[in-house]
Design a protein around this ligand. Sequence first.
Ligand code: ADP
Length: 193
Amino acid sequence: MYLGLSGGIGSGKSTVSKILYALGAVVIDADVIAKEVLFPGTSGFGSAVNAFGSAILDNEGSIDRKSLAKLVFEDPNELAKLEAIVHPAVVARVTEIRESLPESVVVVYDTPLMFEKQLKGQFDKVLMVVADSDLRRSRLVERGLDLADIAARMDNQATDEERVTIADFVIENNGTLEQLHEQVAKVWQQISA
Ligand code: ADP
């Protein structure tokens, strides 16, 4: 079972994925995989050096992520080039991981922009975490994020009303962490049955 997990910034996705992990799911961290597919020796590494030159390498011959980030931040064409290398490699790696696991295992993939990038079709089921914007903001401020930064990110994301239209399961995270656990456990019962 391949479960897509999504929700706006501060909705509680990471918390939900930790609870699912504790319940027995395999959680795929896309950020970790996006780095792994550029490690020396991978085909992604070769493609990136071909595309951007050896200036992106550090003294040890690995890709210097800061140089690469700077390069793509400054130029949308370069960003598109990098995405064209990283994205298919991540998809291939995730497929490999899923195929190495029995069907009965619940594999969770946390992807913030599922609605925006229309990724629903990749998953067997979609779990959406929603929460009131004020609550999301205050939880993120507590976590140390800057209000202006939060506002900018929220403005770039879909609304909860849009998100729930693609969901098989919706969790409303407006209560306590204990209530969140209970709701996740209910979804878990349905998907791991
Ligand atoms: P996301 O991954 O969607 O950005 P997180 O899971 O990191 O959101 O949650 C944002 C912050 O809110 C975290 O610090 C988390 O511990 C806290 N949090 C999440 N759900 C609750 C809750 N029900 N009650 C209190 N704090 C919560």
